[in-house]
Design a protein around this ligand. Sequence first.
Ligand SMILES: [Ca+2]
Ligand SMILES: [Ca+2]
Ligand SMILES: [Ca+2]
Length: 403
Amino acid sequence: MTPPTARAAGLCCLLSGLCLTQAHAQEQTDFQCRPVTCSTLLPSLPVDHAATNDCAYRAGNLWWVDYVAGSLTWGDHKVEKAVVVAVFDDGAYIDHEDLRNQLWTNEAEAHGKPGVDDDRNGYVDDLHGWDFVDNSPDVSPKGECRSRISHGTFMASLVAAERNNGVGIAAPGSDGARLMILRVVGCNRGVNDDANPQRLARALDYATRMGARILSFSAHWNATTPELDRAFSEIADRQDAPHPAIVVASVPNKGEPAAGYPAAYTFHRIVRAIPIGNDDMISPGTSVAPPGLNLGAPSACVIGAGGGPDHYRVEQGSSNSTAILSGLLAGIWASPPYARLTADEFLAGVVRGRMVKSPRRSKPGSRTPYLDGVPLADACLLETERRKARVCPHPGSQREPRP
Ligand SMILES: [Ca+2]
Ligand SMILES: [Ca+2]
Ligand SMILES: [Ca+2]
């Protein structure tokens, strides 16, 4: 029998950097404003939303936003109720310029007293989430993360970077999502830094009790425990779950034979992100995902928040696909006419009813179950006569040819 910490070691390894292959070694404060052309998908075309002034978007560097028709989640409507997306990762630098205004906030603690558990949820001063590694309200990455990339910071920005603030990037969840930061792994490779099942179960309970409706796992682990199975089943499978939520799970693309957890669960509230690398191709080495709600989302040449408060970098990997899909689902769910749907109604009507039936599909993959390709995630169901996105198939016309 493997001890729990070793069982979950896959998560720690991933979050220590294996999940992301570094495409550009240096993170910088200004490169996002110059055209970056590392993808053949949508290179430097005019952007879909002319009024958005974020530097990287205007420079044509956010191909992945337009690829999922993310601009259709922006804008005209007032967000009635933001969808809280819990990011399970190594924490996040919440003072980053594209993150600080995008956070979920525990209002009871925001208006409460320091040192007091104002909402009596068992966590003192939990303002924007919780650090389950060091049992602290400070959700910033710690230890070696300070001098390296913070995986969680990058992921949080792909979910919901602030839009139209003149700097950095925008994201499909910019308007509709709010970020709950849950630090579930550390960076020092010590025993206490592993993502153990008890810690994950506590974080799952916290996230859903505090109102997260999408749980974003850009990480995976290879074995599980009955305790963790129960915790996921309560949230993602139980019909009368008190706090149901949609789990967005990463399907890895480094040649792993199986998708790992939580993607391997067949629970009905699991949505899996299949990494799309370049040119509508499923990323080579993508693991076998179980049948279900599997949607292609961009993985390569993705620009996001770095370690400094105004730093950005370019990364690739299936982690990106997962965070982008989480933000996209949140952006759609927060938009009329979907904003009032329950998790099961949203899954049935939008994800199962529309998105997985999308006429946009990836190219065929080379192995089962990808021989027919996968449907590509997008917000095209929000398209109107007045607001269109380039990638959305228009009735009576072919998809616009690429240059
Ligand atoms: Ca509290
Ligand atoms: Ca307090
Ligand atoms: Ca921005």
